[in-house]
Ligand binder design. Structure first.
Ligand SMILES: Nc1nc(=O)c2c([nH]1)NC[C@@H]1CN(c3ccc(C(=O)N[C@@H](CCC(=O)O)C(=O)O)cc3)C=[N+]21
Length: 298
C-alpha cells in the first residue's frame, strides 16, 4: 500500500486565502484591521523559521503585525509589563508569546497574564477550561490544524479509534480533546505507556507529538490508518555530504507510508497549518472582541 500524502502546505494556503478574504471584509464593512502581536524573548534558533514565516504571512493576510524582541536577560516583570501593555492596546487583537521562555521565567504566569480573549495560542487556563467543557474556546493552533486535516481527509471521524502519542499541554492534551469532540475513541500514550507498538497498531488515527525523531516505527501503523506527524526535529544528515542537517518528524515516514492510508510529511505537513491557524484564530478573536459573527464575513 502506498499512502496519500496530506499536503499541509497546499491546505494552509486555502486557509490563508479564506483568512485574507475575512480580513478584507473586516476592513471594508467594519473598519477594523486585525492586529497580531508576537513577543519573543531571547533567541531560540529552532524557532527562527517559524518567526520568519509568521511575520511574512501576517503581512500577506492584510493584518497588522507587531513584533517585539526582548533580550534573554529581560526580567519576568519586563515581559509581564509588555503583555499588560498589549492587553490594553486596541490595535492588538491577538497576542502570542513565543515559547519556550528563558528558564528564569514562569511560563504559566506569563500565559495567565494574557487577556484570554487575545490568547490566540489558546494556552490560557480559561481557554483550556472552555475547550475541556465544550465552550467557546480559542483552540491551540497545532491541534486545530491537525483536526482540520483529519476532517478534510476522512470526513466524519465518529467512532474511529485515535491515539495521541504525547501529553503536552500545548499539543497532546488539546488534540485528545478535539478528537473526543469528533466522537473518536481516544487513547493518550506517553513515555510510561506499556507496549506502545500495540496501542498504535489498534488506531485508525495516529497523532504523533512526542518530539523524538522517527520514534514511531512504520510497522506499528495499522494498514489504511491516517497518520498526523506533529514532530519537527532537526537531525544531522551526513548522507547529504554538505554538512547540513535535515528535518524529520516523530514518525518513520518511509516505513509508515508503506502501511498508512494517508500521512502528513515533515516539512510541509502540520507546520504550515499551525501558522495558518494562528492567523485564523486572530480573525476569530477580532470578531469576538467586536461582537461580529465570524461565519457571516464572506
Ligand atoms: N507560543 C508559541 N506558539 C507556537 O505555536 C509555537 C511557539 N510558541 N514556539 C515554537 C513552536 C514551533 N512552531 C512552529 C510552527 C510552524 C512551523 C513550520 O511552519 N514549519 C515548516 C517549515 C520547517 C522548516 O523548513 O524548518 C514545515 O513544517 O513545513 C514550525 C514550527 C510553533 N511554535
Amino acid at each position: 500500500m502506498s499512502a496519500k500524502i496530506i499536503d499541509g502546505k497546499a491546505f494552509s494556503q486555502t486557509v490563508r486565502d479564506a483568512v485574507a478574504r475575512d480580513v478584507t471584509t473586516l476592513k471594508d464593512k467594519h473598519g477594523i484591521t486585525p492586529g497580531l502581536a508576537v513577543v519573543i524573548v531571547g533567541e531560540d534558533p529552532a524557532s527562527q523559521v517559524y518567526v520568519r514565516n509568521k511575520v511574512k504571512q501576517t503581512a500577506e493576510s492584510g493584518m497588522n503585525g507587531f513584533h517585539f524582541e526582548m533580550p534573554a536577560t529581560a526580567s519576568e516583570e519586563d515581559v509581564l509589563n509588555k503583555v499588560r501593555e498589549l492587553n490594553a492596546d486596541d490595535r492588538v487583537n491577538g497576542i502570542l508569546v513565543q515559547l519556550p521562555l528563558p528558564k528564569h521565567m514562569d511560563e504559566a504566569k506569563v500565559i495567565e497574564t494574557i487577556a484570554p480573549e487575545k490568547d490566540v495560542d489558546g494556552f490560557h487556563v480559561i481557554n483550556t477550561g472552555l475547550l475541556a467543557t465544550g465552550g467557546n474556546a480559542m483552540v491551540p493552533c497545532t491541534p486545530l490544524g491537525c483536526i482540520m486535516m483529519l476532517k478534510d481527509t476522512l470526513g466524519d471521524l465518529s467512532g474511529m479509534k485515535a491515539i495521541v502519542v504525547g501529553r503536552s499541554n500545548i499539543v497532546g492534551k488539546p488534540m485528545a480533546q478535539l478528537l473526543l469532540d469528533e466522537n473518536c475513541t481516544v487513547t493518550i500514550a506517553h513515555s510510561r505507556t506499556k507496549d506502545l507498538a500495540a496501542e498504535v497498531k489498534a488506531a485508525d488515527i495516529v497523532v504523533a507529538a512526542v518530539g523524538r525523531p522517527e520514534m514511531i516505527k512504520g510497522d506499528w501503523i495499522k494498514d489504511g490508518a491516517t497518520v498526523i506527524d506533529v514532530g519537527i526535529n532537526r537531525i544531522p544528515a551526513p548522507e547529504r555530504g554538505d554538512g547540513k542537517s535535515r528535518l524529520v518528524g516523530d514518525v518513520d515516514y518511509e516505513g509508515a507510508a508503506q502501511h498508512a492510508g494517508a500521512i502528513t510529511p515533515v516539512p510541509g505537513g502540520v507546520g504550515p497549518m499551525t501558522i495558518a491557524c494562528l492567523l485564523r484564530n486572530t480573525v476569530t478573536a477580532t470578531c469576538r472582541q467586536n461582537g461580529i459573527d465570524c461565519d457571516t464575513l464572506q
